[in-house]
Design a binder for this molecule. Structure first.
Ligand SMILES: C[S@@+](CC[C@H](N)C(=O)[O-])C[C@H]1O[C@@H](n2cnc3c(N)ncnc32)[C@H](O)[C@@H]1O
Length: 294
């Protein structure tokens, strides 16, 4: 009897330890996968996802005051042309209720208002409404000063709402905007799919998503030349003009990590948008992607 009890105890202990080791093995297998999921790119560095959000925030915190000047220097002014084309593609009307995501210092928002003004569609009886949203308050503060300098204040027919929020988790109701723009912002976000989901959610049925972002050159010689310029020159310019090397190194690296035109188009479709198209600017240095919530 005593022998039987000992054998049973042994079997039960063995079973428990087997079960424990199975659980341990499972966790050992699942832990690295979980870890894997939480890793992402910050330029060419592999970092934890929450670390990326902090680092991106730091980048724009550091560059906010020199952001507009550096854009002109690095692109030799061409970013202005890309943004003008972007606004021409949106072709807003007075009824366009715009959410300018990752709006930073307001370049796209000011173009939206200037576009309406130039068409004679902006007056006290035809006011327009735009929300500039960015995760970085410092960038928005620079934008507010610019808006005042340009005379765009509440008493002029323009209602600008400055919102500090994350594109991946917007404190905005469903179906509330007729257009969503994001210019040079989406590649800085940790989860592009979440940004697209949120864009889809806040757009009204029939609303338009329009994204301007750096992209990939289809020709390898041109890509090589562009790489030489961006990797050799841009961080140096950052150091000389803004006294910062790292944010500009991140800038060029992040461009290389962003999906190419076709992959990004597929991601936009995956989020539910229809009639998704893209247009290359300057041979593919940038691309405008467009889609509709239908
Ligand atoms: C390169 S700037 C573009 C600013 C402006 N759209 C323009 O074209 O000049 C990128 C902006 O994205 C913002 N950003 C980065 N991650 C964000 C996020 N998760 N949600 C909202 N804005 C974000 C940054 O703070 C920064 O102002």
């Amino acid at each position: 009897m005593a022998l039987r009890r000992s054998v049973l105890t042994l079997i039960s202990t063995r079973k428990t330890s087997l079960r424990l080791s199975a659980i341990k093995n499972f966790s050992a297998q699942s832990e690295p996968q979980e870890e894997e999921k939480r890793k992402t790119h910050f330029g060419f560095e592999i970092v934890n996802e929450d670390e990326k959000t902090k680092k991106v925030h730091q980048v724009f915190e550091t560059v906010a005051d020199k952001y507009d000047l550096m854009n002109d220097v690095m692109s030799l002014g061409v970013h202005r042309v890309w943004k003008d084309i972007f606004m021409m593609r949106l072709a807003p009307t007075p009824g366009t209720k715009l959410l300018d995501m990752a709006g930073g210092t307001g370049d796209i928002t000011f173009r939206y208002m200037n576009y309406l003004k130039n068409k004679g569609s902006l007056s006290a009886d035809k006011p327009c409404s735009v929300t500039v949203c960015d995760i970085n308050q410092h960038m928005l503060d620079v934008g507010k000063v610019r808006a005042e300098r340009q005379g765009y204040t509440k008493d002029t027919s323009v209602d600008i709402d400055w919102l500090c929020a994350d594109a991946e988790n917007l404190p905005l109701p469903d179906d509330s905007y007729s257009a969503y723009t994001i210019a040079f912002g989406i590649r800085n976000c940790t989860h592009i799919d979440k940004v697209l989901e949120e864009a889809y959610r806040v757009l009204q049925p029939g609303g338009r998503f329009l994204c301007l972002e750096f992209s990939q050159l289809p020709n390898s010689t041109m890509q090589w030349m562009y790489d030489q310029y961006s990797f050799q020159m841009i961080p140096v310019m950052g150091q000389l003009i803004a006294g910062q090397w790292k944010p500009y190194k991140y800038l060029v690296e992040s461009i290389r990590q962003f999906p190419d035109q076709e992959k990004f188009k597929a991601m936009i479709e995956e989020a539910g948008f229809r009639q998704v198209t893209y247009e290359n600017l300057t041979f593919g240095v940038c691309a405008i992607h467009s889609g509709f919530k239908i």
